[in-house]
Design a protein around this ligand. Structure first.
Ligand code: 2DT
Ligand code: MG
Length: 242
């Protein structure tokens, strides 16, 4: 069997630099004449993607289960073309994937449970915000299930950044989920996802420091991917397991 293209996913919090780095990487691959394609989830151009886009911009409200399933369906609508490209030898660079789906949904908590501003009692005394972890709206295992059997990445690069650093970057705060409390929970959830990816053999998971200068991050990405993108991958494409 001839080799197939590598499936490389870039993950991270909002404003961690994923999109910039994915674009830099694809340019580098093209300059090296390595057949490659950049994809991104959510893919807002499809009919399902348009619903997601409107939800993220807070133009529509959707049940939390329903939007979770739409994010997954958005991956499923592209799954067969991903497989086809990889089998044809094309490297796929994917800006967010199922791991964002799990981390962002499983970190949702009921609005009233969010440790917001201190509340005031009728007598006027302040109640300090509670910092115990509020209960999740969607069970973690339920969040994982719709993505089971999707093509599994060979390599996931997690651009790690502190939520307080991300929230200072330009453009933060425009969309749903872009608030520091949610991002903090997302970062914790990504840690659980990372452990499971390693334990269950859903490709390799590498954590890179996303707080460095752009060029330092792109060099660290290149040193992780250069071999696998040049040599291709032997053996069958895996699947996201349960
Ligand atoms: P971008 O800022 O990258 O466009 O993402 N999200 C993403 C989910 O909640 N579930 C998913 O399955 C995916 C892929 C993360 C927009 C937001 O959508 C979130 C940020
Ligand atoms: Mg965003």
């Amino acid at each position: 069997m001839s080799k197939r293209g590598a499936f490389v996913v870039i993950e991270g919090l909002d404003r961690s630099g994923k999109s910039t780095q994915a674009e830099t990487l694809i340019k580098r691959l093209q300059a090296a004449d390595i057949p490659s394609k950049l994809i991104k989830f959510p893919d807002r151009s499809t009919p399902i993607g348009k619903l997601i886009d409107s939800y993220l911009r807070s133009e529509t409200e959707l049940d939390d289960h329903a939007i979770h399933l739409l994010f997954s369906a958005n991956r499923w609508e592209l799954a067969s073309s991903i497989v086809k490209d990889l089998e044809a030898g094309t490297v796929i660079i994917c800006d967010r994937y199922a791991f964002s789906g799990i981390a962002f949904s499983a970190s949702k908590v009921a609005p009233s449970a969010q440790p917001d501003a201190p509340t005031t009692t009728p007598t006027g005394s302040n109640i300090a915000p509670t910092h115990k972890t509020p209960p999740p709206l969607l069970p973690y295992s339920w969040c994982r299930s719709p993505d089971v059997s999707l093509p599994a990445p060979d390599l996931t690069l997690f651009l790690d950044i502190l939520p307080e650093v991300a929230s200072q970057r330009a453009g933060f705060g425009g969309e749903r989920y872009e608030n520091q409390e949610h991002q903090e929970r997302v970062r914790e959830l990504f840690e659980r996802v990372a452990e499971e990816v390693e334990a269950e053999g859903i490709g390799k998971w590498v954590v890179l420091n996303g707080g460095l200068e752009l060029q330092e991050v792109s060099e660290s990405i290149w040193s992780e991917v250069k071999e696998v993108v040049r040599q291709g991958v032997e053996g069958e494409l895996g699947n996201v397991k349960r």
